[in-house]
Design a protein around this ligand. Sequence first.
Ligand SMILES: [Zn+2]
Ligand SMILES: [Zn+2]
Ligand SMILES: [Zn+2]
Length: 149
Amino acid sequence: MGASSPAMIGGGSQLEPQNAASTATRKDKRAHKGRRQMEDSFMIHLYKVKMCTRSTPHNWKLCPWAHPGEAAARRHPSCHQAELCHAMGPDRECPHGETCAWARNIFEAHLHPDRYRTVMCAMGEGCGRNICFFAHNEQELRTPPTLAM
Ligand SMILES: [Zn+2]
Ligand SMILES: [Zn+2]
Ligand SMILES: [Zn+2]
């Protein structure tokens, strides 16, 4: 009887170099390397402005809401300027309290609509910050409302 030999079909590689580059999507996904992306409007108007409603202990840094006594807690940006209060110093708190017309911490300053993501991040796309006040690409870059008019 004829010996059946295993048929070897095609020894050549089927893999052909394809011009994938030409069809590569240029769509930038909003999620970059695990960096959490939140809408600009959320970051500007709500992040660390609204009080947290959770009663169990949790990591404040990972929570977008404000907590009693938290250094990052902000007032709504509509009630103050993007510049830091000049009456403050390295170890001197703003003497004006809640009514100060200027930013009283860097969160108030950098998350202000005049400032948030209006400057490119020095670390660029590789930025690993959980929360970053700067833009990492053209899509993220904002035009301050006061300059857009
Ligand atoms: Zn919280
Ligand atoms: Zn002040
Ligand atoms: Zn960054």
